[in-house]
Design a binder for this molecule. Sequence first.
Ligand code: ZN
Length: 284
Amino acid sequence: MKTIPTALFILLSSVAVLGSPGLGRAASERSPVTLEGQTTSAELDEETLCAIGRGRKCDIRLAIKQGLFETGLSPRFPENLKCRGIDERWAISYTHKRNRESYHGGIDMPAPFGTPMIAAAAGTVVGKYRGDRSYRGMEIILRHSPEDTGIPLWTYTQYAHFDEMPKLEVGQRVRMGEVLGPTGNSGKTPTRRKRGKQRRPAIHFAVWYSTSPRFVALRNKIIPVDGQWMDPNALFRKKLPLDSYSMKALPEAEKKVPISVMVEDGKVIPAETRIVWPYTCRRG
Ligand SMILES: [Zn+2]
C-alpha cells in the first residue's frame, strides 16, 4: 500500500476543513461518474500534485520545474481580424498579489461582461467549480484527446472568471468553438488589492498536458498524471515541441505564434484547424 504524500495529505485535510467528511464522500459528491481517464490520487506523485495543484504548502520550484516560467511567446492573430489579446503575459510574477512567491498560471484576455468564452478544441468537461474561495471564480476544465487536437498529447484547457455557472455538465462532450459561458470577473480578489477595486472582466485561460491519458479530480482541481504546464500560446503551434524549455529556446521570430481562430459567424481560420482562440474574432 502506498503512503499518502504529505502535500496530498494537506490537500485532503483542507477538504475536510471545508466541511466535507473525507475524500471518498467529497469525490463521489462531485463526480458521481468516473470519467474516461480518471483515476485515483494513488497514481499521483507528490511532485506533480504540487507542481500543478500549487497548494499552500507546496514548493513553487516544483511548478517552475514542470514548465511554469516565462517563455517569451506571444500571439499573432490573422490579419484583417479584430481579436481579443492578452493583457498579462503567461507566468509573470504574481508574488506581489499573493503574499508569497507565485506566478500567473494562465493568460488573461479582458472582454466586456457577457462575452462568450468558447472551447479551444473539442473535448470533455472534466471539471466545473463555483470557486467561491478561489481567485479564479467560476471555472470549467476540458480534457482533449490527441484526436481532438491533432497534438500527440493529452491536453487540458481551463476557462475561469465566468459571470454565471456554465450550463455544461461534467462528462459532457463539447465541440471546438462551442460556447461555454459568459465572461465575468468572479473569484476572490487578492488581499493586497485596494478596497473597492474590482477585477476587470476577462477570461483566465490555462493549459496543462501529459503523455499519460490519466488524471485525478480533486476538490476543485484537475491534476493530470505526470502533468506539465504549457504556455497557452504554445498550444497554437499544434506540433511538438511545446514544452516551456523548448519554447524559451526558440529563435525570436518563432516566438510570435500564429493563432488559429473562430470568427463570429462560425468560420474558422485556417479552415482545417482543430484549435481556436477562446474568444471569437470580428472581421474588419
Ligand atoms: Zn489569470
